[in-house]
Design a protein around this ligand. Structure first.
Ligand code: ZN
Length: 580
């Protein structure tokens, strides 16, 4: 998901698309009852009934009626019991009424299931033993929840193109898959395989996740059949519009050929052509720096959406209106595309580990800027991220969280999972060196150091998994590093004292945790490295000599001038809004 829009000047300097205002898509949420809190939440502690099953396959059929803003749908879901169970527990918005449920093709009595609050409880006629399989078909439909401000406040977006044709998208990261299909609304609720059938008027197209299996005609409508492996639960998406298609092939350094697709609105042909021209370069970068594109046997796919963007697996939502930034690429697309590695290939075990998606996803923009144009663009990007830091709550809490709790700006880490985490990764890279740093990323993303197409599949990982990987590749115990940057709210502060010609440095952390972070100090023409083993160090600095602490900007730390600037910006905004 892109950063929430906000007003800091840093955004403008950054050219960060997510910071600029985007026209709100025309939507109509005419007096529909709101989904329950259960439905609007995603993740948290997984109920025992859901933990008892493995999700083998989902076959989803959607007939989309843009005029009525409704869907007529059925879902056939297959599960294998991991342990004995007499109940199937799924998540589905109760505002999408269920007309029938079948088990193994047999209709189920109405009394055998209920969905009072968005939690669909199906009592199985015969209990399943471990290893037993069940196939359930759920027929449902109605008006799915309309997004208030997609993608941050998500749901369906019913929009229209300039010439009045329907333009529809879904974006449900925050609320989860249960806004439009019966699922296990958890990061670890991914089915092994999904087939989606999307039926739309023949004047419209329906690009989807994975590979296009075929298109079938039924009167004045047609059905797109897509198939995807291991889709992230919130990455299953509906896209409908009068799209045109740009197609090409990318010859990967790993020997495979990756199909590329951009589904765009006809009125944006020129912008689309330019954006499509960026695809190979982005693939080059990620395959060079991180590893093989995880879905090379499906496609690199992008579709134009009325909302800003979302990391929908192999069909990334793109709504940045083909705008340029000062770094020579479309940062919105590059960010969402990064999530194919950090989000879709590697999925956080729990929303509490969401920084694994967003910190890495955000660090890919400075890294790509460096790859394209060198250090000036890299550091410029990083510094602008720094101006956005909040440091109010730790990035990782250590307990299971919902998506909403993580994105909560008052009680959760909010945007720090993007910016602070990205700056932390820069610091980690300086601390352990490029080789260990990129090795750690490969092991995190693919679960192995030598990924090649065919020898890995999508996986889950937690914060502790990554810390263990970094310890392994660096041969050091770096828990202190993550304990301060991820589990404290405040940044470490470097206390500087002068005693005659002696400069005394000491790390101060929020809870007195150890922080043996080496620091470079330039005195005159010489750069010294203080190991800071016990958290402190000292150096002779003759009066009047040039002194720069951390001259190469290696270490993320508290900086009072940044906080002062943020305060000043806040006052400016308050004064401006008071004038209005
Ligand atoms: Zn993101």
């Amino acid at each position: 998901m892109p950063l929430r829009p906000h007003l800091l000047a840093a955004c403008v300097a950054l050219g960060l698309a997510a910071c600029t205002s985007v026209p709100v898509a025309r939507t109509a949420a005419a007096n529909r009852p709101a989904p329950t809190a259960q439905t609007l939440n995603s993740g948290g502690v997984m109920p025992a009934e859901q933990a008892r099953v493995h999700f083998d396959h989902a076959e989803l059929h959607f007939a989309v009626d843009p005029a009525a803003q409704s869907i007529d749908a059925s879902a056939t879901l297959s599960f294998t019991a991991k342990s004995a169970t007499d109940t199937l527990l799924l998540d589905l918005d109760r505002n999408l009424p269920i007309s029938a449920i079948e088990l193994g093709g047999q209709p189920l009595a109405a009394g055998a299931w209920s969905n009072p609050d968005g939690r669909l409880r199906i009592r199985l006629p015969a209990p399943l033993v471990a290893g037993g399989k069940v196939r359930v078909t759920i027929r449902y439909g109605g008006k799915p929840h309309v997004a208030k401000k997609a993608p941050w406040d998500g749901g369906f977006v019913w929009s229209r193109t300039a010439d009045g044709q329907p333009w529809v998208a879904s974006a449900v990261q925050g609320e989860g898959c249960d806004l439009f299909w019966p699922c296990i609304d958890q990061p670890q609720g991914e089915p092994d395989l999904i087939d989606t059938y999307i039926t739309v008027p023949k004047t419209l197209a329906a690009p989807g996740n994975g590979v296009l299996v075929g298109i079938t005609d039924t009167g004045d409508r047609h059905t797109y059949h897509w198939r995807a492996k291991h889709p992230d639960t919130y990455a299953i998406s509906i896209n409908v519009g009068p799209f045109k298609l740009l197609k090409g092939d990318y010859a990967s350094r790993y020997g495979n050929t990756i199909p590329m697709e951009l589904w765009y609105l006809p009125e944006h042909a020129a912008g689309a052509k330019q954006l499509f021209g960026e695809f190979p370069r982005m693939l080059d970068f990620f395959e060079q720096q991180i590893g093989p594109y995880p879905f090379g046997d499906e496609k690199m796919g992008v579709v134009e959406t009325p909302h800003l963007g979302m990391e929908h697996q192999t069909i990334n939502a793109y709504g940045n209106q083909y705008r340029k930034n000062g770094y020579g690429y479309d940062s919105l697309l590059q960010h969402e595309f990064a999530h194919e590695w950090f989000g879709n290939q590697l999925t956080n075990a729990d929303w509490d580990d969401m920084w694994l998606h967003e910190s890495f996803g955000t660090y890919m923009q400075p890294l790509y800027s460096q790859y394209l144009n060198g250090d000036m663009d890299y550091f410029s990007w990083l510094h602008n991220l720094r101006l956005l830091l909040r440091n109010h709550h730790p990035i990782v809490s250590g307990s299971s969280k919902t998506e909403e709790q993580v994105y909560d700006e008052t009680a959760g880490p909010g945007q720090d999972i993007y910016n602070k985490g990205a700056l932390m990764l820069h610091t980690l890279r300086q601390l352990i060196g490029d080789q260990a740093f990129f090795d750690s990323i490969r092991r995190l993303v693919y679960g192995r150091p030598d990924p090649r197409p065919g020898n890995f599949s999508p996986r889950y990982a937690s914060t502790n998994d990554y810390v263990a990987i970094v310890d392994q590749v660096s041969g050091r115990d770096l828990r202190w590093f993550f304990d301060v940057y991820l589990r404290d709210a405040a940044l470490p502060r470097l206390d500087e004292q002068r005693d005659g010609d002696t400069l005394k440095l000491r790390w101060v952390t929020e809870h007195g945790k150890p922080f043996p972070m080496p620091i470079e100090v330039q005195v005159g023409d010489t750069v010294h490295t203080l190991s800071m083993q016990d958290g402190s160090g000292q150096l002779q600095v003759p009066a009047g000599s040039l002194l720069i602490v951390d001259p190469r900007s290696k270490v993320l730390r508290d900086a009072s001038y940044v906080v002062d600037y943020q305060q000043w910006m806040k006052q400016q905004r308050a004064a401006k809004s008071a004038q209005k």
